[in-house]
Ligand binder design. Structure first.
Ligand code: GUN
Length: 297
């Protein structure tokens, strides 16, 4: 019985943000302008408002220019596509992020595919998803890119390791599997219909949980010595009225930590890396748009 080392995503993200800020200053000296990141938030989903506020703070701290465009929940598709079109055409804009989920009357896929792929710092456009799938240089979704960075810092070479990814979303599960494949891991994608999920999870050297179900992955799903990456951020019901529910991941942390060698906590694991990778993607996009060599971050 061991006790896993917590993987400090906060520290890794702070270090990356520092490098991004330096590279951002260097970019501004060469391009005579700051990198520009624009975020679009439609409606008033409380979690989205918190995430977008954090992105807004981070972009200014990284020496970037940009704004959050806050639109009412009843914004029409034409108005939203109009704004995306304006940002596509604006030469000062390097990165465009439309916060998800969108209100139900808006077609997410249509909106995402209207973003210029060269400015798609979320990596959600089919062109970027396709490039990632065939192994071409692409803008890569921020959360899985952050997970890979943490994994490589933790394990070094991932070659030949068995990675089990639980979750098949376009935002995390699928791109995570592609990135692990690109690192020469052997990859299994599991999901809600997978049979014998605990047995499959137990074969993983690297176990990635991205399902959005609080504490679903139990201690006995984890192989001795595995590295566990918990992408989930779930708020439990509050213990009493007026209180705030506890934040937990998709992994039962205490149990899993008895088996794993290393594990990301929630909060403070994967979460902080997502914003740092968004800034890194914006910088990459800015360099590409100016015909400059991208910085090594
Ligand atoms: N909603 C939850 N995660 C994300 C993300 O990474 N990007 C965007 N645009 N919306 C999200």
């Amino acid at each position: 019985m061991g006790c896993a080392r917590p993987i400090d995503g906060k520290a890794a993200a702070a270090a990356l943000r520092e490098r991004v800020a330096e590279a951002s200053r260097e970019f501004s000296r060469k391009a005579l302008r700051k990198p520009g990141l624009h975020v679009v938030l439609v409606g008033d989903d409380p979690a989205s408002a918190v995430y977008v506020g954090a992105k807004e703070k981070a972009l200014h701290k990284a020496g970037m220019e940009g704004a959050v465009h806050r639109l009412p929940a009843d914004t029409s598709e034409a108005d939203l596509l109009g704004l995306v079109g304006k940002l596509n055409a604006d030469p000062a804009v390097d990165g465009i992020l439309v916060q998800l989920p969108l209100p139900a009357h808006l077609d997410e896929a249509k909106v995402l595919d209207t973003i210029d792929p060269a400015k798609d710092v979320d990596g959600f456009h089919v062109v970027n998803a396709g490039k990632l799938a065939v192994g071409k240089e692409a803008l890569v979704p921020c959360t899985p890119a952050g997970c890979i960075r943490l994994l490589k810092e933790e394990r070094g070479d991932l070659s030949g390791l068995h990675a089990v990814v639980i979750g098949r979303s376009n935002i995390v599960g699928k791109p995570m599997a592609q990135l692990l494949l690109a690192e020469n891991a052997t990859v299994t994608i599991a999901h809600s219909r997978t049979r014998n999920l605990p047995e499959i999870a137990r074969t993983a050297d690297i176990l990635v949980a991205a399902v959005g179900r609080p504490e679903m992955v139990k201690g006995d799903w984890v192989k001795e010595g595995a590295t566990v990456i918990d992408v989930g951020i779930n708020r439990l019901p509050p213990p009493e009225e007026g209180a705030k529910g506890k934040l937990v991941g998709d992994v039962a942390y205490g149990e899993a930590a008895e088996k794993a060698a290393a594990i990301t906590p929630v909060p403070g694991g994967v979460g902080p890396m997502t914003i740092a990778m968004l800034l890194a993607n914006t910088l990459t996009a800015a360099h590409a748009r100016e015909g400059l060599e991208p910085p090594k971050l």
